[in-house]
Design a protein around this ligand. Structure first.
Ligand SMILES: CC(=O)SCCNC(=O)CCNC(=O)[C@H](O)C(C)(C)COP(=O)(O)OP(=O)(O)OC[C@H]1O[C@@H](n2cnc3c(N)ncnc32)[C@H](O)[C@@H]1OP(=O)(O)O
Ligand SMILES: O=C([O-])CC(=O)C(=O)O
Length: 434
């Protein structure tokens, strides 16, 4: 039975029911039915064959693909990349190992890893035409727009082809996003044209920090470690909005760059990756933990969102949070760290949990970690891009291997069909919003 037929029947029953208790019962059934239809009690995850009439707002709880890349929140907890627990990866591996795992489907051997790190290093040089365009992007631009534009331009300079395949492009983008960002940054802030390649054995994290600081010094080992761990944590998260978007785009059989451009645009928003930037802006408003207590209580009473909290899938905590929190704490205890920023962050966490039973997601303590490492706030989400390009690439490759056009349907709520009124006979119904 269609949604509207059931709806009309239930409403009729309620209207014509004489007994108040029966009317109440049918009202309850109607509410329950609407919740199921809107995804509040969606049970579609029990089957992968969806009925054509299911509706779940925001696709919450709906399964739309099969994937061998990652498991998020199975039984409400845990995160695995291709079967490897995130805790083990964060403790023992490096970002380059994880990038290799994402793109080639398995962990590299020692030899393969050395070669892969050198391959990425050799890909960090920007094409001249890309430098020219980066120099024309205003300093007021959001760095996420710089990466989206850079990615799109690269698609015209090095288009996908038989000789420049999806694996090569994935590696090129992982290597080049940091270069694009920091070339543009140094040009627009101090008119310097920087050399984006550093030592051939530099990891992505080390290269990024060297290019950011440009002081010719080795970045502190703790800073390199924290950025490396954060890149591991950010690498993949199954059908997060940006990866889903990359898959939707890819499902039309378009090119690799288009998939990544749409993913970058999707990650930019504060309900997704942009939350790390937004969380930092929130923390900066508070001078001390007491200030944070008062400020968060006020925000909650105004029903404002607290950025860096909550999650669509995890219900009992984000398994990446304790890992990045520990590194943020460690930074705060070292010389040059910011114990007050960490204390403020902890108080925000305590208040939000006490009042709303909500927990921080990865973005929350990434903010204080990145800030203490010296990364400018507007670069937080671009760092996420460098890492997540590995996961996006894995999704594009997987989608292509077993493609079906992704094209869901909408429940129409507009006017019934009506005759077209010729322009000369048309009268204004109400003030135009144009
Ligand atoms: C790496 C990442 O991308 S992780 C996500 C980063 N995003 C953020 O941190 C932004 C803040 N968080 C949010 O907006 C949400 O929790 C999301 C977008 C992450 C998840 O959204 P949804 O799964 O749609 O959760 P939903 O919006 O239904 O939340 C349920 C309830 O909790 C409330 N809620 C959820 N998150 C928050 C929050 N951060 N602050 C205050 N209230 C919140 C909602 O307002 C809603 O309340 P209601 O039932 O009274 O309307
Ligand atoms: O899964 C999500 O919706 C968002 C998220 O945590 C991520 O992309 O890392």
């Amino acid at each position: 039975m269609t949604f509207s037929i059931v709806l009309v029947k239930l409403i009729k029953i309620i209207l014509f029911q004489r007994s108040p208790s029966q009317r109440y019962l049918f009202k309850f059934i109607l509410k329950f039915y609407l919740r199921v239809q809107q995804g509040g009690l969606n049970t579609s995850h029990l089957t992968t064959t969806m009925s054509t009439e299911q509706y779940s707002k925001g696709l919450a709880g709906v399964f739309v693909a099969e994937s061998a890349i990652c498991t998020v929140g199975v039984k409400g907890v845990g995160l695995n990349y291709r079967g490897y627990d995130i805790k083990e990866l964060a403790a023992q591996s490096t970002f380059e190992e994880v990038a290799y795992l994402m793109i080639y489907g398995r962990l590299p051997t020692e030899q393969e890893l050395v070669a892969y790190i050198r391959t990425l290093s050799s890909l960090r040089q920007l094409p001249g035409a890309l430098c020219d365009v980066l120099e024309r992007i205003p300093s007021s631009a959001h760095p996420m727009d710089v990466l989206r534009t850079g990615c799109s331009l690269l698609g015209t300079l090095e288009p996908e082809s038989k000789t420049n395949d999806q694996y090569q492009i994935a590696n090129r983008l992982i290597a080049l996003f940091g270069s694009m960002l920091l070339y543009w940054y140094h040009w627009t802030t101090s008119g310097k044209r920087i050399q984006t390649t550093t030592h051939q054995d530099d990891s992505t994290a080390r290269n990024f920090l060297k290019l950011l600081r440009l002081d010719g010094q080795e970045p502190p080992a703790l800073h390199v470690k924290v950025v490396d761990v954060s890149l591991i944590l950010y690498a993949e998260h199954d059908l997060a909005a940006s990866s889903f978007c990359a898959r939707v785009t890819t499902s039309t059989l378009t090119d690799f760059y288009s998939g990544i451009c749409s993913a970058i645009g999707t990650l930019r928003g504060p309900l997704h990756g942009g939350a790390n930037e937004a969380a930092m802006k929130l923390l900066e408003q508070f001078n001390n933990p007491q200030d944070a207590e008062t400020g968060i209580m006020k925000m909650l009473s105004n029903k404002e969102l607290i950025m860096g909290f909550g999650h669509r899938v995890y219900r009992n905590g984000d398994p990446r949070n304790p890992i990045i929190k520990e590194w943020s704490k460690k930074l705060s205890q070292e010389e040059g760290g910011d114990p007050n920023l960490f204390a403020v962050s902890e108080r925000v966490e305590q208040v939000v949990f006490r009042e709303k039973k909500m927990f921080p997601n990865l973005d929350f303590y990434s903010a204080s970690a990145y800030n203490q490492v010296g990364i400018p706030t507007l670069f937080f989400t671009p760092v996420f891009v460098i890492s997540r390009t590995t996961g996006w690439a894995a999704h594009i490759i997987e989608q292509r291997a077993n493609n079906k056009l992704i094209r869901p349907s909408a429940i129409y709520t507009g006017p019934d069909s009506r005759p077209y009124i010729p322009l000369k006979d048309r009268k204004s119904e109400r003030k135009s919003s144009l």
